[in-house]
Design a protein around this ligand. Sequence first.
Ligand SMILES: [Zn+2]
Length: 459
Amino acid sequence: MPYNRETAGKGGHSDFIRNPDVQKFLGDCKYLREPTDAEAKELAAHFMPAPKSQVANLPRYVVASDASKSDTPISDKLPSTQIGFLKVSHVLVDMEKYANLTDPSNRFVDPFKVADMHRSASPVTFVMPGSNIRYCGIDNVRDGFRRALFDQLCIDRSESQSGQVLARMLVAINGENLTLSANPCCGIKPGTTFDKKSLIKSCDCGAEVYVTDFLRLHEGISDFGDNASAMTRMMNAVEHLLLAGFITQVFEAQPEALSGIAFILDGPLGIFGEPAKLSQRLQSLIHKVNMRLAEMHLQPMLVMGLQKTGALMDHALLLKRFLPDGVLRIVDDEYRNKFITGGSSPAANFGNETYYGQDFLFKTESGRIFNFAIPYPFKDKTFGGGGVAFAKAKVQMSRYGTLVERACDLIRHFEMDLYDNSLVPVALAHRHASISLVPGGKMLDLLVRSGLGANKSQS
Ligand SMILES: [Zn+2]
């Protein structure tokens, strides 16, 4: 059912809401509500002037990513026999090359430069079995899905065939090895342990187990249901896994280069559902990189999640007219519980299992509103014993160093009306993600070819 206000029929939607049963039900619910004018003014007073570097502190390169998916019948005559198709697109922006992307007097975007940037986009595609499809002769859809996931994440997409495949990355970001909490075949606990050399093993029960079972995506698969939600989880997990892959590979080759790269993801810095455990790995990887960069007296790598939809953005849009231009607020749990999630027994730390980044609301000097996230500057979530102590520590602005002002600088640099309150690189990645006929997957090769790290690092 469409929930989007634009696409849902206006009449149908309000009729449905006016239904007395629905009204009674809503009376029993708590949900995001519109703040009163007085509340909104009070909320607005707690925003601070948005930080700004003296001279915009911009990265040398921007890598923006976006993902799309579709579940498609293999033919019109077989509507319930489907494959899942998933695509993650990355756009690389060389900030020196595109220094004059826009005309500052009117924010006009040079279409030739945009077209050129588009050519440096690189999609990675994954094809998965959906309902009614058995992969590789495996006798049920779920196990076929597991095998397909393993095969898809073992494809080496680099020009150099370096063997740095996503399945191995899963082990790498976990340390030397990775143990399944339980094996999917017979449920034995703890499950199989994998290392970087053995990504596929036999369980004692005789069945094959894969390192990619760690993601637990198959738990959303059944022989007769559709696989749409598993594909959504997979899309989310794979986009972040690819990010981890880029970071790890550049970190091993030229750690100093990461100081000059900003990664922008379209969506929250969080991994949801079965693969949520991955979010902790992302947080600690990014923290490790930034600790190393600090030792090298370099500024930290900027990773930013940009969210255009969701409850926080709905709230921000309600508040927008009360906010002066050029203000920022870090979204603490108390604020979120009171005005956004409407929970009466909030968790000790919002998003404890799923999020690895902190949300900020930012109204730019030109009046556009953004919800961005920056990774928590901690190795894990155990600070002060975790829970409430972590929830307090994660909203102390000083812990983020210059990252908040750099995120704001980057948003200011790329914001424009033309792209519907999006940033240019994200809009390009988004557009690219919806094109399905381009093969590829050579983002790292593009980065290397563009002279990554050959330039002087910013300090
Ligand atoms: Zn087993």
